[in-house]
Design a binder for this molecule. Structure first.
Ligand code: 5AD
Ligand code: SF4
Length: 462
């Protein structure tokens, strides 16, 4: 290993970026880069950017303004600070980034992280490099596997990318353009990574992909495997107690995947299933390829398979053409489904997507008003869901120390954070906890003597 240099990676956006940031750090480790907790003493700062909403590119340029001052301070100290921009803004903007922010040394698109050591070496020699091609080879074949130590430091719950890109082309979304078309990692590669994580103490794995349930990776039999089949196989890996997957498209919730929620006990009873809108008119304009009734039917079948399944969603308000009655249908759907939580966003026109050119754009004030009303409805739903947990006993996976001495924070099967007085030795373990108190975003509980029972938390309607 060469002399050590310090690397700071700042992630914006989704879990896939967090995962990619870790893999970038792993890939740069053999070149002597060790992760540091702040940008202040770094030799290389990577901004791993997100392009999905709002003025993402503008945010990155103002972040680069701050980093420029760090670069100047480092130069005054006789040190050289290298700056790289990665992720979806890098993919979308390419060379434009260096033109607008000459402080940047490397621009690397989301498919090219395995080339980082070469790109950084070039920048160390004083060059400026931009690499945003979509290569034909699989970046995962070239990215370094995390070391045991790196994996340990990352805790008991880990993310594993199994699928990337999207072919759905919802009319508001940049993902098909920034992450490219859908591709799945082969089963063998995913399995090897999950086995390595289990070996290093990971107990919970969340499979991630922009459209994860469209997974069709090549299996050991050289045939494409569905996500259901992959989950079934991963559930047999010793040490992996919990499996989750995100983010799913309602159209790709096939019978096998729904059945997996009945048949694979390690598959946790929680699903993020974005619907975006409750109005058929808006769903059609968004090119979601499903109706409100289709969505309700998927939810009904999921609840038949796993009665206690908790659902979360994403919503967009103020999509072009959304009327007050379309919005009322969205509010109504929130109540009908009884979500355990949801994210909601004001529509933001993304250049290059069909939505950006649609007439009938909704004004800002209306968007802000609808967002507020939707968030209130979601908060009420979440509070109801949490209240139903009071007095119940369920298994909690302990992840880390809590805010107060003697407390640990874990996760319920439904992904709620749970704070419990418990010995530190329980980190990485699953123990039965009885919920004694409920707050808006987390639960409080006590270790139970009895083993956890399976609760029934069926929401209203659907
Ligand atoms: N405007 C607002 N929200 C968006 N999302 C994606 N694109 C946009 C956009 N242009 C939201 C969707 C998606 C989540 C990840 O981000 O709700 O599910
Ligand atoms: Fe974007 Fe998801 Fe639609 Fe694909 S399915 S275009 S990632 S919102």
């Amino acid at each position: 290993m060469k002399g050590s240099r310090k690397l700071f990676v700042k992630s914006f956006g989704c879990q896939m970026n967090v995962y990619d940031s870790q893999r970038m750090a792993d890939t740069l480790a053999p070149a002597g880069y060790v992760e540091t907790a702040t940008a202040d003493d770094a030799d290389l700062v990577i901004l791993n950017t997100c392009h999905i909403r709002e003025k993402a590119a503008e945010k990155i340029y103002s972040e680069l303004g701050r980093v420029r001052r760090l670069k100047e301070a480092a130069a005054a100290d006789g040190r050289r600070l290298l700056i790289a921009v990665a992720g979806c803004v890098a993919q979308a903007e390419g060379e434009e980034i260096i033109r607008r922010a000459p402080v940047v040394d490397v621009v690397v698109g989301s498919q090219n992280y395995h080339r980082l050591p070469d790109l950084v070496a070039c920048a160390e020699r004083g060059g400026k490099v931009v690499d945003t091609d979509f290569p034909v080879d699989d970046k995962f074949d070239h990215l370094a596997a995390p070391s045991r130590a790196a994996t340990r430091a990352r805790g008991v719950s880990a993310f594993v990318t199994v699928q990337e890109g999207c072919d759905k082309f919802c009319t508001f979304c940049v993902v098909p353009y920034t992450r490219g078309s859908e591709s799945s990692r082969p089963v063998g590669k995913v399995l090897a990574e999950v086995e390595r994580l289990a070996d290093a103490g990971v107990r919970e794995v969340t499979l991630i992909g922009q459209n994860v349930n469209a997974y069709h990776g090549e299996g050991p039999d050289r045939r494409p495997w569905s996500l259901a089949r992959l989950l079934g196989r991963l559930a047999t890996v010793p040490g992996i107690e919990r499996l989750r997957y995100t983010t799913s498209h309602p159209r790709d919730m096939d019978d096998d995947l729904i059945a997996a929620h009945r048949e694979v006990p390690r598959l946790m009873p929680q699903l993020h299933l974005p619907v975006q809108s409750g109005s058929d008119h808006v769903l059609a304009a968004m090119n979601r390829r499903h109706t409100r009734a289709d969505y309700l039917d998927v939810v009904r079948r999921l609840r038949q398979a796993r009665p206690d399944i908790a659902l979360t969603s994403d919503f967009i308000v103020g999509f072009p053409g959304e009327t007050e009655s379309d919005f009322a249908a969205t509010l109504d759907l929130v109540g009908v489904i009884g979500y355990s939580g949801a994210f909601s966003f004001k529509y933001s026109a993304r250049p290059g997507t069909p939505g950006a050119d649609m007439s009938e754009q909704v004004d800002e004030a209306t968007k802000a008003d609808r967002l507020r009303r939707l968030q209130e409805a979601i908060d009420r739903c979440q509070a109801t869901f949490n209240r139903r947990c009071l007095g119940r006993t369920f298994p909690v996976l302990f992840e880390r120390p809590g805010r107060h001495a003697g407390q640990l924070v874990g996760r319920s099967p439904y992904l709620q954070p749970v704070q419990v007085e418990a010995p530190a030795a329980l980190i990485g373990e699953i123990a039965a906890v009885t919920v004694t108190e409920v707050a808006s975003n987390s639960l409080f509980g006590a270790l139970a003597d009895a083993p956890a029972q399976k609760p029934a938390l069926v929401g209203a309607g659907a």
